[in-house]
Structure formats: structure tokens, C-alpha cells
Design a protein around this ligand. Sequence first.
Ligand code: CA
Length: 509
Amino acid sequence: MRFHLYLILAMSLYACQQEQLSTHPPNIILFLVDDMGWQDTSVPFWKQATDYNKRYHTPAMERLATEGMKFTQAYATAVCSPTRISLMTGMNAARHRVTNWTLYPNQIQPMETNHETLQFPVWNVNGLAQDTSVKLAVHAKPLPAILKENGYYTIHAGKAHFGAIGTPGEDPLNLGFDKNIAGHAAGAPRSYRGTENFGNDTTISDNIWAVPGLEKYHGKDINLTEALTLEAISAMKESVQMEQPFYLYMSHYTIHTPIMEDDRFYQRYLDEGLDTVEAKYASMIESMDKSLGDLMNFLDTAGLGENTVVLFMSDNGGLSAHTREVPMHRHNSPLSSGKGSAHEGGIRVPMIVKWPQVTSPGSATSQPVIIEDFFPTILAIANITNPTQPQIVDGISFKNVLESRSVESGDRALVWHYPNEWGPSGPGIGASSSIRLGDWKLIYYHQSESFELFNIEEDIGESDNLIDSEPEVARRMASALSEYLREVDAQMPIHKDSGVPVAWPNEKI
Ligand code: CA
């Protein structure tokens, strides 16, 4: 009898929890940092702590990792816009065709026009648009639009960089966000300083890099990262007052160039012996981390901590090809290269997820995930089971991983496609297509139609090219890569001298 009573009690408790879940879906914060490398944190993502982990101070990330799940093989794309469009649409970059970073409408990047040997395809230079009349844009229903339809208050804070200047997609309000704090077409601020009005300068004719919408902080001694955090907290309070769950896309401009010190943290790194550039860079990381800590503290104070999922991610690897202290291409060590590269330094990024009552505190997973996976995962977290969107979604939900359930996607291929030019040169930098399958990664360089093959598990620094010694592995991967690229009708550059398109990878092996 008593057992039955317990059972009934337990069942009604469960029913109550389920009802709470359906009537009070969780709040979601996606904390996306710009250009943050895999090693730009005191949280170790490798098997051992590195010198960079010891250099940087990110206590809030440490706390998030202690309370949530760390992803040690999380991938973005090598530059900004492809990652951001994949995040918003669930599509792989080869499919959505916003393969390089956007800014000016209707034109490919100047360094692409002037390339010596390759003629680059006209990719979706106008970015993302819901309006199908916009040319040279990917037409898709963005993640926040679906969340909004399902009762979420959708907040954009920080860097948008979704659409070219003058197109509807430059304004987050046209992409399903209810509120836009400081987002527009440009992917960087002219200044992080309130005393410099975040780059708003009436004496300059070209104001593309002026951060919009934070006028109340102009002239004040406040860092952009702090101003965005304060505004994001205000927006979350609005949402609570309206009794709506919120989706906060906390998309920091930092730690993208210009590398400008945050005075609150700068001196510590000078005292520790870093040169000025690296000390400034480190202060930007700690500034970003303070923002994360402030948001987590707000959640706790407001009683929202237990019903808010926090996802931490970066949009590409850490900058290492220019502007940083020499030697270049080593700032993400043990990974090779950095932002703009197909090597791990360009694409492997720090990722942590805390889902209260779901993710096991202090856990870690080596399950490979890629940026387009966030789209179906966030919808699943929000308990939106039948979203309707016109686009084909390439991403696969990692909700099962968060729940520590068995994962059967071990043989899943991850694909990157960059038929473009970034500018600087260095290891893994240049037009390429790549595939990760199990422990292996194959990179196909368009200009030379040549390959690199690495066993990432054994050679995380990608120093030992096994293309000649593992022909069978290479053939299998080139075949899988080509099949996918053909299936999504991926764009390829053309060789200027012959007028012939770059061959598919499987034709060159
Ligand atoms: Ca970026």
C-alpha cells in the first residue's frame, strides 16, 4: 500500500515536472565569442593544461565547466559569417553559400577579385535573408524566428554580421529577433571604448565600423563588452516581466580586432611579463569572461539559474596570422595555425554547455560537433518538436550528448568548404574543402589541387602529412567529401589560366 502511495506521488511529481517543461520551456543563452581560440582560456580543452591555459584568467568559464559539460572537439568554420549563418539556419556552409565574410552588397571580397590564379565563385555575398526577393542571399527561416513563433522573447546583443550593408539581413529585427542591441552589418567595432563613442565619429565619412545603438554610454569610461552585458541583463529583466522565456544571443564583439586593452584587467598581464599586444589580448579575454560571470550571477540572483541553459561557443579559431606578437601561427598551440585556416587552430573552438538537471556537472565529451548542430539542438532544448523551415538542415542535434546518452554518430562526417580567399597566408590558409571522419582529417587545397591527410587523434598539431602513406584512407575520405559537395551543389573556383573549374577532390587522388 505504502509502495503504491510512493508510486502515485512519484508519478504525479513527474507529471508536474513534464507540465512545467511544456508550460515553462527553459530560457536559453547562447554566449558566442568572436575569434576566440581553443587555448584562449584557463579551462584546459586538451589532455593537459598548456602554457596558454596558465597565461589567461577565465574564472567564469571555469565555473561554467564545473557546472556543465565541456566539448573538447567542437568546431566552427574558419571565418565569421559562414559560422553565423550556419548557426542561424542549421545549414552547412557548402549548402548556404555564405562561405566568406560579408560586408558590402553584391560583390565578392576585393582580395578575391584580385587573386593571381583563381577566379572565385559569386557566393551569397549578401548573407542571410528571409525575404526571397533579396539576390545573392541564402533564404531561410532563422533560429530566432522559430523560437519567437513558439513564445520566446528573442534578444540580440552585440555583433550581428548576418547580412551585407543595405540588405534586410543587416538588421537582426528582420531575422526573428524582438530586440536588437548594437548589431548591424559590420563584424568589428572601430573602438571598444565608451570614451571614443565605440567608434562613432562624425568627423569620419566612413562609419561602417561605428557600433550602433549604445548612445547612452558615449563619452563614458566603459568598455563595449561591459555595456553590452548591462544591456543584455536589462533585456532579460524585460522578458521576465512579460513572463516569456527568453533566448539571449549574447554575441560579443570581443576578442576580435582592434586589439584594445580593457583597463580593468590590462595591468595584471603586463606585470606577468607579456608584451603590450598580448597583454591587451589577454585583458579582452578576461573582459569577456567577466561578462559571462555577470550573466550567470544575474541568473542566480533573479532565480533563473535552474531554468536557463547556457551554451558557450566561439565563431572561429584565434587570430594568429597577423597583428599578434611573433611568431605567427602558434597562438593556438598545440593546434596549428589560427583564424582563416583549415587546420585545427582555425576551426576547433572552446565550447561548454550547462543545462541544469540535464548535463552532468564537471563532465566532458570528445564527441565531435559542428556549428550547424546548434540549430536543431537549441530547438530540441526549447522542446520545439516540429519546426517548419524551408531550408534543409545539415546539423544534427547533440541533445543526446548533453543527456549523457549513447551516441551513434561516431562515423559521421564533418565538412568544411571555403572556395574563397581570406587574405593572409600561413599553414592551412587558402581556398579548400575538408572532411573529418573518425580520427582522420583530409584537406583539399583548390589552388594546387593537392591534399593533406592527418590523424588528428595522434597528431593534433597536424605536422605529419600522411597523404602518401595512407592512400586508402585518403581515397575513402576524398570520395565522401566529393559526394557531399556534389549533393549540395557546392561552388568551386575556376583556374584563371585554363578556365577550367577546380576538380572535385576524388578526381585528383
Ligand atoms: Ca570571428
